[in-house]
Ligand binder design. Structure first.
Ligand code: FAD
Length: 407
């Protein structure tokens, strides 16, 4: 292969570069990213980065590493058009890069509310480093922080803002927190913990009627009652960045559709990471996941495809989220509420605020959610990777190490 172009500079793109460099194949690799810096770790942006002006972003690799690996960086430049016939991509700068293989790693962008323009100085969203810098500066000035959305990013920022001594409110339209990703039992625990820490959480709430004066949002209505706004964070989810693929006629369906080799509907074009919808053999349906693990593992699969050593993507997903004193770790997919044959087993953790929830469906282990129990999380990953389903009663006995169930 002569030339590979990667569009996007996030976790998936960084892992692709690392995998291609490690394989030592001879292709010219170009990485195109609209952000002006080398790929960096996103998870700290809602956590340590916001706490101190001293915290810098954490690059995956230094600029020198890319040079030495023979990877050409096009930073601060976006890909604006893909020509599938001519096999090239045009950048905003006017540069045209030919490709033999093209990988789309365009991630997601934060969902916005049409009534709240990007010009409003006290309305923030959080996806990229520039947004994190802005949010950090606004947090330093704000006394009160309103978070719209009780998902992972909203709750992480809420916990961080609380640790900074702010008055924090979370407004969630659903009847429970993290409703799409975790079990009701874990939602309840997260709710109780944040409330005990002094965060005001309103569930089943509608926020509307945004009142703007100049470049500031001054108030909004929550369940019909008007309240002032000091700083508003939009934590209402992310939208897959598929515009480029769609314009090129590549199949998309809430994500760029790929097969188990990360191949899109267009010859020579792969896609990886948050922007993809992929067939998950274990779930028996197509999924779109937003996690570092998914970005890294899909990139590994794509590298195998590019090197001609294709292997079908087949991994158990896992995720973590740090919220104040809680480290949440999940492996597998939590069964939908009401799934027939679903049984949940609780296992005590090493400390009073630690535990794991083992979810079985028809006797098969499907998912484990852990709170402050990193060893149980690591062992659960091994159990699920190995396809083991230890007896639920044995798992509930915390005096027996989980590793005994692997033997
Ligand atoms: C604040 C925050 C905290 C998070 N915390 C966690 C966590 O604790 N645990 C966890 O597992 N996951 C976490 N995540 C999710 C994780 O960071 C993402 O799943 C991961 O970054 C996905 O990687 P990606 O490469 O697919 O996309 P991204 O990292 O989003 O990268 C996509 C890149 O493509 C660029 N791009 C898009 N379109 C173009 C174009 N046309 N031309 C050029 N460049 C383009 C974008 O600018 C961006 O740099 C967090 C995310 C955020 C934002």
């Amino acid at each position: 292969m002569n030339s590979i172009v990667i569009i996007g500079g996030g976790h998936a793109a960084a892992q692709l570069c690392a995998g291609l460099a490690e394989a030592g194949q001879g292709a010219r690799v170009h990485l195109v990213c609209e952000e002006a810096c080398e790929p960096y770790h996103r998870p700290p942006l809602s956590k340590a980065f916001l706490k101190s002006a001293e915290e810098a972003t954490q690059p995956h690799k230094a600029a020198d590493w890319y040079r030495e690996a023979g990877i050409t960086l096009h930073l601060g430049d976006a890909a604006v058009a893909i020509d599938r016939e001519a096999r090239n991509v045009t950048l905003r700068s006017g540069a045209v890069l030919p490709w033999e293989a093209l990988v789309l790693a365009t991630g997601t962008r934060a969902r916005r509310i049409a009534a709240l323009s990007h010009e409003l100085v006290n309305v923030a969203s959080l996806r990229a480093a520039d947004e994190a810098h802005r949010l950090r500066a606004r947090l330093a000035e704000a006394q009160r922080v309103t978070v719209l959305g009780g998902g992972f990013i909203g709750l992480e920022v809420a916990a961080t803002a609380k640790a900074l001594g702010k008055e924090v409110q979370v407004i969630e339209s659903a009847p429970r927190l993290l409703g799409r990703a975790v079990s009701p039992e874990l939602s309840d625990h997260v709710l109780a913990t944040h409330r005990a820490a002094g965060i005001n959480i309103v569930l089943g709430a509608t926020a509307d009627d945004f009142e703007v004066e100049g470049v500031r949002l001054v108030s909004l209505r929550v369940n019909g009652a008007r309240q002032p706004v000091d700083l508003l964070l939009l934590g209402i989810g992310a939208v897959p960045e598929t515009a480029l693929a769609q314009a090129a006629g590549i199949e998309c369906a809430d994500g760029i559709v790929v097969d188990e080799h990360m191949q899109t509907s267009a010859a020579g074009v792969l896609a990886v990471g948050d922007c993809t919808r992929f067939p998950d053999r274990r779930a028996g349906r197509a999924l779109r996941l937003e996690s570092v693990q998914n970005a890294n593992d899909q990139a590994r699969t794509a590298v195998a495809t590019l090197l001609g050593t294709a292997r079908a993507h087949d991994v158990v997903p896992w995720f973590w989220s740090d919220q104040g004193g809680m480290r949440l770790q999940m492996v597998g997919l939590v069964p939908a509420e009401g799934t027939p044959g679903h049984v949940t087993v609780r296992r005590a953790g090493p400390k009073p605020d630690a535990f794991s929830l083992f979810h079985y469906v028809d006797g098969q282990l499907a998912c484990v959610e852990s709170v402050n129990a990193p060893v149980d999380h690591m062992m659960s990953r091994k159990l699920l990777d190995a396809g083991r389903s230890p007896d639920p009663a044995a798992v509930a006995d915390a005096s027996v190490p989980l590793k005994n169930h692997l033997a």
